[in-house]
Ligand binder design. Sequence first.
Ligand code: NAP
Ligand code: ZN
Ligand code: ZN
Length: 364
Amino acid sequence: MEAVKTTAERATKLKTNQVKAYGTVAAETPLDQMDIQRRNATPHDVEVDILYCGVCHSDLHTARNEWHGTTYPVVPGHEIVGKVVSVGDHVTKFKVGDTAAVGCMVDSCRECQYCKEDLEQFCEQGCIQTYNSPDKHLGIRTYGGYSERVVVDEAFVLRVPENLDLAATAPLLCAGITTYSPLKHWNVGPGQKVGIVGLGGLGHMGVKIAKAMGAEVIVFTTSQSKVEDAKRLGADDVVLSKDEEQMKRYAGKLHFILDAVSAQHDINAYLNQLRVDGSLALVGAPEEPLPVAAFSVIMGRKSFAGSMIGGIAETQEMLEFCGKHNIVSDIEMINIDQINDAYTRLLKGDVKYRFVIDMASLKK
Ligand code: NAP
Ligand code: ZN
Ligand code: ZN
């Protein structure tokens, strides 16, 4: 009861608004409508009326506590685009009526070495994620984009290029930056063969971005139904990973692999696709460990690495890059009350390639 009292006290001091949201109270419970509190914009805050929110597999992992770190209730959603409806007195980047976007983080300490290097995602104090993180303003948890509105410090609010479709831009805020950042970090470009493993929300963005960076892109998929489609997205070749013969085609040939698979799979089969000095970066975050055989990396001096989203400056850079290259996500729009079905389909790899929630469906 103490926590409730503290929250209520802080909320009274700061003035909050009740907004409608969609979330869950337990791992086994479907998502349903609930009310949450949002603070009124403080001097550096931007209040965003949410138009669209992408559905990331991390939303599902978190809602079902698959990473064992969820505090309930949880309201997922970190691929947010919308319109600014109010701003604090000191806000300079945004004004009422602007389009704005919010991704996976809403704050960080801003003082540690990593925050100073524009790597807020690795903040030494722990970055404040858009949902399921401590909310330092209200003393509760942060609640994500499956909601009517969100209030975020302007330092963590992004600008959207004007030429891009808004709904299809939402997934760039996580799937876009999570693939752009490692592709850039590992210097993907012309003359390189790059593998993308898992053609889901992240994977399909990885294909588009790696292609725009000038690489030759090879998709590895478990889904026969995605083979032709991957080429439409820009892949130069597609390997059906269940077929042992096809898996031999690029063995020892790839410079870099981005692994965006959400579930258990044999990582060694992909390390074997790398050429000498090649790197595989994991962005997929399956619940269980992925055993790496020593000889998968010893042979060929290979690197097995990982990457997590990207900093705020790099997220803005990625949005500009996508604006310049006309890159958005391939989306299937849903209403908020279809979210539980969407999660079921996500688990089957049955979406081409990102569900985006039309948040008008929550406001009715
Ligand atoms: P998604 O849309 O569900 O895509 C995952 C893809 O993985 C599926 O489309 C499928 O591709 C493949 N796959 C699924 N189950 C598989 C299995 N049992 N064996 C082999 N392949 C399988 O998910 P997402 O939103 O792109 O997210 C992917 C993963 O990245 C999730 O674990 C998510 O939490 C994580 N993530 C990490 C970060 C980060 O910062 N590192 C950021 C966002 C998300 P095919 O049909 O082509 O085989
Ligand atoms: Zn995500
Ligand atoms: Zn920090």
